[in-house]
Design a protein around this ligand. Sequence first.
Ligand code: ADP
Ligand code: TRP
Length: 332
Amino acid sequence: MPRRLTAFTPSGDLHLGNYFGAVAPLTERQTSSSDTVVFVSDLHALTLDHDPAEVRRRTLEFATLLLAAGVDPERCLFLVQSHVPEHTELHYLLECVAGYGQAQRMIQFKEKSRRLRQVRTSLLTYPILMAADILLYDADEVPVGADQRQHVELARDVADRFNTSYGAVFTVPRAVNPPIAGRIMDLADPARKMSKSVSAAGSLRLLDPPDVLRRKVMRAVTDGGTEVVYDPDGKPGIANLLTILAACTGAPPDLLAEKLDGYGDLKYAVADAVVAVTEPIRQRYEELSGDPDHVRELLRRGASVARGPARRKVDRVKEAIGLLPAVEDFGP
Ligand code: ADP
Ligand code: TRP
């Protein structure tokens, strides 16, 4: 069984795009810690300005919400990135393999750095830490939304380059995108992707109560005309609503379109479908968040299971790349 791995950076609010883009493809098929790895990538949250207390709070919130959304620590490896120091150790070793030019060409780096007055070095090296996250666990498949594909490509290149230069140490991963909801758009601006940090009005957050979700859907920007057709170029707003409905119900968007009579009808159907997906998650979150110690204990166990194989992997990498083992590793 190919090993799947993904992670979530604890900034902003998890939304339906994150859920269909990365959470559901993972939870749908988790069977054991050897085939599924999911973690909260708290180190990635430090690449931008942040409030330390807020990152800590969000880390626990994200972990709790992932559990509520179906991550099962009995059937996957579930942890916080910074609890396994091998992530950062491997990050440095991979910086010695990854090209500076390639990191600079990442679209997300260009977009984010353009908006900032001061760019942290870690924003540039962010995809190399992500490569370390993936390669540390020998992941075969990385479920991510369309926006993260390029970073997974970089991880592939780094793995290839390392294997060619220093011996076959890494599994070469590939991105897997959900067939229909790899890029859910913002309801208030269908030209922009739904995002954790932007637009409260256009983002369907997993923790939004039903009345808030319904209001956001009913106010979603639509297009000219009245006919419900799936046409992402000509009718991006309607196409996005149909995509959301398709992701929630499992039916293809063009078939759904045929059965709907007008934009109002479509919006009611989307609102009902979204609430049916998110409400059980929100309720489960409410229960779980009453016992944060339990969540922290699950995270502690996950990190302790991960550390053995992670240590062995990093030791192999160190040896392959040319580092002298510490004396205690020489044996008797
Ligand atoms: P955001 O861009 O909202 O801040 P992240 O970049 O932290 O979210 O994404 C977490 C995961 O969710 C990634 O795998 C990402 O590709 C996926 N994802 C993010 N936004 C969407 C979206 N609008 N549609 C589908 N998947 C998405
Ligand atoms: N960078 C990803 C994001 O913000 C999160 C992430 C960190 C990740 N490490 C990863 C995703 C490894 C997949 C695999 O969305």
